[in-house]
Design a protein around this ligand. Structure first.
Ligand code: PEP
Ligand code: CO
Length: 449
């Protein structure tokens, strides 16, 4: 086995390194056939888009932009539906409008969408009563129902995942290009179920004042505001399944290097960010901006080494560190992480994920998150970055445009009993519309202050 620091990078160089959280398949011929097909299909995004996003992440590092990253914990193939996709876009567009107006900065919209189909699991198996079966690893690998057939890893799912991602991306592209995304018509982003709620009214006030401003600008300007009629919307997912990710890792057609063209922004999860591990090896060779999740147990010096491995040239925009320390740990653990990175003079963008360090189980066994912890970690992170002379440049949220009851708290006062009403997540609990908007209003005042 090699140490990755001495390896020459190729799209397959990760294969000689330890790879965590990978599914095993019974039929190797079927796997080979699927990968051969996958590697011939067209990419889902282009190298030009990826370069544009890397430049925007560099702008965020310089303090001129802010990233709003959000979506499901795990997408499912069955939920690849127009209404689901549009609702998610609506929430992210509403939130980004609140953030733009509060911060006066460019907001980079980055969905956890169009490929978020593979999940790391803490256990390989799940036991219910007398029966033990393989864990559900996401729709890219197996299926959620607790039957032997559903839980069997099926390589054909890699092609289905590619197709679902392409279908989702196609609709997102259409919606972002005009009409729906037009800032002159933010009423397109209203969600049916929120009519009359406090959050909807608060958003409406913003829309009304924006309408006046746009009318004014239109009146004094000869050219229509084309830039207001469309939005940039980028996609991201955890680059977990290495065979899938490397089949979509391609040399760009203009010879500007290698890119993971399954998504604009792949990230490495907390469980697979080993310095000499396969995930870091695969992503160190691509031009994409790359995210790395950093949990409370991380050794700051090791994170510096990791950033160096991923970004040997210390290029702006390349690495985003997404800290997910938990509300109870953020104030304690974050300063050392930031200061160690500052001493190493490594360029990174800091993003706060206030979800994954704040998951708790309630008596019924359901996982939830307290809104107060989510907001608390965001506020603590802003304060620590400010104290350290650093810049918090984004947030990473699990949220949905559906009217779910998965996280407790927030101004609607959801309780543990409410978790029984609309708990629909395939994996971790997500913020619902009102909770997500409340977070956006709070962040806007933090960035603006
Ligand atoms: C996730 O983002 O869904 C996830 C599993 O996060 P982490 O790797 O930070 O635990
Ligand atoms: Co999650």
């Amino acid at each position: 086995m090699h140490a990755s620091s001495t390896l020459v990078w190729t799209p397959g160089s990760w294969k000689s390194l330890p790879a965590h959280q990978q599914p095993t398949y019974d039929d190797q011929q079927a796997v080979a056939a699927v990968l051969s097909e996958l590697s011939k299909l067209p990419p889902l995004v282009t190298s030009w888009e990826v370069d544009r996003l890397r430049q925007q992440v560099a702008d965020a590092q310089a303090g001129d932009a802010w990233i709003l990253q959000g979506g499901d914990c795990a997408e499912s193939f069955d939920e690849c539906r127009a209404s689901n996709i549009a609702s998610k876009l609506k929430v992210l567009l509403q939130m980004s409008l609140v953030l733009v107006l509060g911060s006066k900065k460019k907001i980079i919209r980055l969905g956890r969408i169009a490929g978020q189909y593979a999940k790391p699991r803490s256990k390989d198996t799940e036991t219910q009563g007398e029966v033990t079966l393989p864990s559900y690893r996401g729709d890219l690998i197996n299926s959620a129902p607790f039957t032997p057939d559903d839980r069997r890893n099926d390589p054909k799912r890699l092609l289905q995942g590619y197709a679902r991602s392409a279908q989702t991306m196609n609709y997102i592209r259409g919606l972002s290009e005009g009409g729906f995304a037009d800032l002159h018509h933010p009423e397109n982003w209203n969600l049916d179920f929120v009519h009359g709620s406090d959050t909807a009214q608060r958003f409406q006030q913003i829309v009304n004042s924006l309408g006046d401003t746009l009318e004014f600008i239109n009146a004094i300007s000869d050219s229509p505001l084309r830039e207001m009629e469309r939005v940039d919307f980028f996609i991201s997912h955890e680059a977990l399944h290495l065979l899938y990710e490397s089949a979509l890792t391609r040399k760009s057609i203009r010879d500007s290097g290698w890119y993971n063209l399954s998504t604009h922004f792949p990230w490495i999860g907390e469980r697979t960010r080993q310095l000499d591990g396969a995930h870091v090896e695969l992503l160190r060779g691509v031009r994409n901006p790359v995210g790395v999740k950093v949990g409370p147990g991380a050794d700051p010096q090791e994170i510096v080494e990791l950033v160096r491995r991923l970004n040997a040239e210390n290029e702006p925009g390349k690495v985003t560190l997404i800290h997910r320390l938990g509300n109870a740990n953020a104030e304690e653990a974050l300063p050392e992480l930031i200061e160690t990175m500052q001493r190493a003079e490594q360029k990174v963008l800091w993003v706060c994920d206030p979800m994954h360090g704040n998951t708790v189980s309630v008596e019924s066994g359901k996982k939830t998150r307290h809104f107060e912890d989510v907001l608390g970690e965001i506020k603590a992170s802003f304060a620590v970055h400010r104290d350290c002379g650093s810049y918090l440049g984004g947030v990473h949220l699990e949220l949905t445009g559906e009217n779910v009851t998965e996280c407790v708290g927030g101004s609607a006062g959801l309780t543990e009993e409410d978790l029984e009403t609309a708990y629909n997540t395939n994996c971790d609990p997500r913020l619902n519309y009102a909770q997500a908007m409340e977070i956006a209003f709070s962040i806007a005042s933090e960035i603006g202050s």
